[in-house]
Design a binder for this molecule. Structure first.
Ligand SMILES: CCCCC/C=C\C/C=C\C/C=C\C/C=C\CCCC(=O)SCCNC(=O)CCNC(=O)[C@H](O)C(C)(C)COP(=O)(O)OP(=O)(O)OC[C@H]1O[C@@H](n2cnc3c(N)ncnc32)[C@H](O)[C@@H]1OP(=O)(O)O
Ligand SMILES: Cc1cc2nc3c(=O)[nH]c(=O)nc-3n(C[C@H](O)[C@H](O)[C@H](O)COP(=O)(O)OP(=O)(O)OC[C@H]3O[C@@H](n4cnc5c(N)ncnc54)[C@H](O)[C@@H]3O)c2cc1C
Length: 673
């Protein structure tokens, strides 16, 4: 098991917890990694990147100025790239993208916040893979993979992020010179937000409205050089800078960018899906119209994994800390209990462990689905794209939203010490809360899924086939209901009934509003609160179903105790969400008040059953201390020693008396100021 580089004796509380654990921790690690081979591969990459201690900061990052923080992050990004380049040698296309999940995880040892290179690997590279022709790829890929150039993805503008069709940057084709002229006509058309854009990158992908022969053909993607490769000076016609201090992401130099009639060669339009010929003729894509949104779909898929990982970090910290921390005296003359023994604390934490598992498995399943749709699309079949869009949208929305709340819950569960930056939790939170907004805001994405669900409902009503994730609608419209039985399968069925019931209510509301004279758009708008609820319910059913099925499949050959604890967590997840949605259950399933009381009892029993294995379960995430960055969550559990060591690092503690005493305090106390 991973141990901290600063070797300290393991706290006896954790020694006892580990002795109590009744399952094989390594077996669960293999399950979460997707097999023993992957665990070994991950450990190898982690070892290449971390064993030499290159991630260490001379001064803790939090005590640096914003400029120093950025400079330190660039230094470490270059170091990180050099160290892990070997690990990328297998990389030949999207199918090997899983290496990036491991690299992403490893990168957290280097950056408490974000690498300014994140968008280079996270969006610039995937967009080149997904949106360029083979010839374009042959030109760009070697330079991108070898980090000879550094790029980002500049789509959002000051005035528009959600509504892509409303973007104002123009790319007007000039057949005379065979160039596109990029222009930012207004302040609101300034590109805004792209990670690394402010100071780091010299290239970027720009999303702009394409004009040729006087006609606007909507948004398209262009590769644009913005800085000189030798001097790094912005090129003439380019205005570029950083957008300023943020809640998190402060080492990511998110930037702004404007063009003044800036020219790029015709070949820099990404032409896999649509083309502009030399004479300016626009050649339409003959497939799905939204293929230029492809990178967003990919990153939404990746983000489900990303937040699962961050939740694993947060609950590792909070669970280990809760085993070490003792507080209060519920029984006279008895020692203070570990706070992990309080049922309410278990309620705060065990759902985090279960959710990290559920999302990890849902993300692996979504990744497979994504790859299957991509390989269909290579053969020219785009039929499954709408379902992938609906799925990736709602899974991105719900996972980022759930995890944001649960990380904050982990912080609450650590009391005052959780508020310290050195607990690691504030940084994890400020990173994850942004994922709820970027790459498609929560509400917007759930409304995209709702569009798909309403259509699917109409198909089910009309008796036409529906796609696999909404098969439950067929039973619902035929009036078939499953009586409540409280079993895990029964709970999932009831989640599907809640989803179907909600979708049906939305459809009824829209129809009623339209029959009273409203347009479809107005009727839809007035129904959007319900539509968001319906999409959320659908997604909860999908995650629950996938979690249960995947655990059953993966643990089929596991040892008995691993099977038992994994099933307990699945049941905990199902009971937690059933209890959270009793209103919906009472409305759409046959559950009774007494059944709800039974659910509650069962839930509390599950907490008690999981309790002895809690530390073992978070150990199974196998997160190296270097990646956790936490005084509360290190493997050795030396919470108090580490908190004190962190306090001593404060610049204020480097001198016995601060100069403000002489300047202000003393004169004030002596009535001289
Ligand atoms: C150092 C080591 C690093 C290693 C790296 C490894 C991993 C990386 C880890 C982390 C992740 C990487 C980076 C993360 C960091 C920061 C990244 C932030 C980047 C950004 O933040 S980057 C900007 C993203 N910005 C958005 O996310 C805008 C959201 N806004 C939209 O997405 C659209 O604007 C929408 C959909 C709201 C409206 O769009 P619209 O107005 O054009 O469309 P409309 O509503 O009319 O729909 C017409 C028909 O198209 C269908 N449709 C729509 N979208 C589709 C799609 N994608 N695929 C298939 N069908 C689609 C509809 O379902 C409908 O279908 P139907 O008609 O059948 O109903
Ligand atoms: C940390 C961070 C990094 C980012 N990195 C990048 C990047 O690298 N590249 C890039 O291009 N962009 C990036 N972005 C931008 C990001 O993608 C957008 O901020 C995001 O898509 C949301 O768009 P918006 O800011 O325009 O929000 P808005 O659309 O203005 O949303 C504001 C509110 O209005 C609501 N709303 C908007 N439209 C509707 C509607 N039709 N119906 C109901 N409610 C609606 C939303 O739900 C939200 O509550 C980043 C953002 C952040 C925070």
């Amino acid at each position: 098991m991973s141990q901290n580089k600063t070797i300290m004796e393991v706290n006896q509380e954790l020694v006892k917890e580990r002795a109590k654990c009744n399952f094989n921790v390594l077996e669960v690690t293999h399950i979460l990694d997707g097999g023993e081979k992957n665990t070994l591969h991950r450990k190898k990459i982690e070892s290449i990147a971390l064993d030499e201690g290159a991630y260490k900061d001379p001064i803790p990052e939090e005590y640096l100025s914003p400029k120093e923080k950025y400079e330190n992050a660039v230094r470490k990004s270059c170091l990180f790239c050099k160290i892990v380049k070997n690990a990328l040698t297998e990389f030949t296309g999207l199918e090997h993208f899983s290496n990036f999940f491991v690299l992403r995880r490893t990168a957290d040892a280097f950056f408490k916040e974000i690498s300014p290179f994140l968008l280079h690997l996270g969006m610039f590279l995937p967009t080149i893979l997904g949106q360029c022709t083979t010839e374009q790829q042959a030109y760009w890929l070697p330079r991108v993979l070898d980090i000879q150039i550094i790029g980002t993805y500049a789509q959002t503008e000051l005035g528009h992020g959600t509504f892509i069709r409303g973007l104002e940057t123009t790319a007007t084709y000039d057949p005379e010179t065979e160039e596109f002229v990029l222009h930012s006509p207004t302040l609101t058309s300034y590109k805004w937000w792209a990670g690394g854009l402010g100071k780091t990158v010299n290239y970027c992908i720009v999303v702009a409205q394409l004009y040729t022969k006087g006609v606007c053909h909507g948004t398209h993607l262009f590769i644009v050089q913005i800085r000189d490769e030798e001097t790094h000076m912005p090129l003439p016609g380019i205005k570029v800078g950083e957008i300023g201090a943020k809640m998190g992401f402060n080492t990511a130099d998110n930037g702004y960018l404007a063009f003044d009639h800036y020219r790029i060669p015709r070949q820099n339009m990404m032409m896999k899906n649509a083309q502009v010929l030399k004479d300016g003729t626009y050649v339409k894509p003959d497939s799905h119209g939204k293929l230029t949104y492809g990178t967003m779909v990919l990153v939404r898929v990746i983000l489900v994994n990303e937040v699962a990982f961050n939740l694993a970090k947060a609950c590792t910290i909070a669970t280990r800390y809760s085993a070490v921390r003792r507080q209060s005296q519920p029984k006279p003359n008895e020692p203070e209990p570990q706070i992990l023994d309080y049922t309410t604390q278990q309620h705060k934490l065990f759902i985090c462990i279960a959710t990290a598992h559920a999302l990890q498995l849902a993300s692996a399943w979504l990744w497979k689905t994504f790859n299957a749709v991509m390989s269909d699309m290579k053969k020219g079949n785009t039929d499954s794209l709408p379902e992938l869009h609906a799925l990736s949208s709602c899974l991105k929305a719900l996972s980022t939203s759930d995890v944001t709340s649960l990380i904050e819950q982990c912080r609450y569960s650590c009391g005052g010490h959780g508020y310290m930056l050195c607990s690691g939790l504030p940084n994890i939170y400020s990173f994850v809360t942004a994922t709820r907004t970027y790459e498609g805001d929560y509400t917007i994405l759930l409304l995209q899924t709702a569009r798909f669900l309403v259509k699917a409902y109409e198909q089910a009503e009309a008796g036409t086939p529906v796609t696999p994730t909404v098969l439950y609608l067929i039973e619902f419209v035929s009036g078939k209901r499953t009586p409540w039985d409280g079993s895990p399968e029964g709970i999932i069925k009831s989640f599907q009934e809640i989803a179907a019931g909600n979708i049906s209510s939305c459809v009824k509301s829209i129809r009623n509003r339209m029959s009273s004279g409203l347009s479809f758009e107005d009727a839809w708008e007035l129904t959007t609160i319900q539509l968001v609820g319906a999409a959320e319910a659908h997604c909860r059913a999908v995650i629950s179903d996938t979690y249960k099925k995947e655990i059953a499949r993966i643990t089929a050959s596991s040892s008995t105790n691993v099977k038992i604890v994994m099933e307990q967590l699945v049941n905990l997840y199902l009971h937690y969400w059933a209890l959270n949605r009793t209103g919906d259950l009472l409305r759409y399933s046959s559950i009774s008040g007494e059944d709800v009381a039974n659910l509650q009892m069962k839930y509390e029993e599950l907490l008690t059953l999981i309790r002895p294995n809690a530390v073992g379960l978070v150990d199974a995430f196998d997160l190296r201390d270097e990646i956790l960055h936490s005084a509360l969550g290190s493997y050795d559990g030396q919470v108090y020693k580490r908190l004190f060591a962190e306090a001593l690092k404060s610049p204020l503690n480097q001198e016995p008396v601060n100069e403000t005493f002489h300047k202000y305090l003393k004169p004030t106390m002596q009535g001289k100021l």
